[in-house]
Design a protein around this ligand. Structure first.
Ligand SMILES: *Cc1c(COP(=O)(O)O)cnc(C)c1O
Length: 378
């Protein structure tokens, strides 16, 4: 009984007939770039999230980069975000020559702490060196950030909010789907994300008509309505037709899979609640459970006991972004974001996918319990 961290094989077997039919349709019409499936998916995602515009693109990273380009983010601009995320969140800021300004996280949700955020915005504003432009909250592991609190800060300082929903697609915040929580949002269809393609892909969500028009242009080399009339510098950031066909197929079972993830998470929490710190999902939030991550002072023991039993685990993220060599030019040091650093030293993610069987979850939990029992302290 093999346990995978993310199981794309079982899901493929389940969806195989529909996937093959969808692929055959693409092979028959031959429109591999911007074929009808791309537009069909954009409409379906817009309905799912309840926003007016969805712009499919080549990756979650492009989905973060393009809205920043549309807002002309560049040198001298400060973009506030968390140091406890995948590097793509801040890499796009740096690529445009703007400055990522890190903010410490909430010790229970691991998302941007609104109090630290206010302090950081005030500090940047008072120092007068950088212009505060926007906030990129990340919905880490599938749990949406505290958007009501973030919105107040954004309004007060006229900052845009770009939701990084790469891990949270399908989650809800006070009834609203992720993707609709900021002025614009980015998600990723990287295969291991809750809604994954069979390669790279992503999408941007917004209700802003002007922004959507700019994003359509940026997606294809900054073109205007006339193909060889380029009004700005853009990218080749299209979502390809075959990936759109995959995501459309996965949408047919997505809600069911989200329910299955809830069941897996509930089962984990019930068994592990008394031995480790289990995920904290605030009231009025439904997680998409991209990851099920626990905190333990005995992380190495948990990893080795589980590895010996053939159970894969992962650490997201072992090095906070402010301590990454790529961002050494920002001049941060150990101790700058103590909560983030502490969490990153204790966190460990367990296998999480909709096809985990009860017995498998029990086996994983037994391994964790064995590993954290007092004898391992000796
Ligand atoms: C995966 C991820 C991205 C980037 O998505 P890609 O599709 O891999 O480019 C960005 N932000 C977060 C938080 C992610 O987890």
């Amino acid at each position: 009984m093999d346990i995978s961290f993310v199981d794309l094989i079982q899901q493929f077997r389940r969806l195989e007939p529909t996937l093959r039919r969808r692929f055959d349709e693409v092979f028959a019409h031959g429109q591999y770039i911007m074929g009808p499936e791309v537009f069909e998916l954009e409409r379906e995602l817009a309905d799912f999230v309840s926003v007016t515009h969805v712009i499919g693109c080549a990756s979650g990273t492009d989905a973060l980069l393009m809205p920043l380009m549309a807002h002309d983010v560049g040198p001298g601009d400060a973009i506030f975000t968390t140091p406890f995320t995948f590097i793509a969140t801040t890499e796009v800021v740096a690529l445009l020559g703007a400055t990522p300004v890190f903010v410490d996280i909430d010790p229970r949700t691991f998302n941007v702490d609104p109090v630290s955020l206010t302090q950081a915005v005030d500090r940047v504003r008072d120092s007068g060196k950088l212009r505060p432009r926007g906030i990129i909250p990340v919905d880490l592991f599938g749990i949406p950030a505290d958007y009501d609190a973030i919105e107040v800060i954004a309004d007060q300082h006229q900052l845009f909010v770009l939701e990084d929903a790469a891990q949270s697609f399908g989650a809800r915040y006070k009834g609203h789907r992720t993707g609709s929580l900021g002025d614009m949002a980015a998600t990723s269809f990287f295969p291991a994300k809750p809604l994954g393609a069979y390669g790279d892909g992503g999408a941007i969500f917004t209700n802003d008509d002007d922004l959507a028009e700019k994003l359509h242009s940026i997606r294809v080399h900054g073109q205007s309505n006339d193909r060889y009339n380029n009004t700005r510098v853009g990218l080749n950031a299209r979502l390809d037709t075959l990936q759109a066909a995959v995501v459309l197929t996965k949408m047919t079972v997505f809600e069911e899979e989200l329910d299955a993830r809830q069941r897996v998470a509930a089962h984990y929490s019930e068994r592990l609640r008394d031995v480790v710190q289990v995920p904290h999902v605030p009231a009025e939030i439904v997680s998409s459970w991209a990851q099920y991550s626990i905190l333990s002072d005995h992380r190495d023991a948990v990893r080795s006991v589980l590895a010996a039993a053939g159970i894969p685990t992962a650490i997201y993220y072992p090095i906070p972004l402010h301590l990454q060599a790529a961002f050494s030019y920002l001049g941060h040091q150990v101790g700058d974001f103590p909560i983030c650093e502490e969490i990153s030293s204790k966190i460990i993610s367990l296998p999480m996918h909709p096809y985990l069987a009860e017995k498998q979850i029990d086996r994983i939990c037994s391994g964790v319990i064995t590993a954290v029992q007092p004898q391992h302290d000796n």
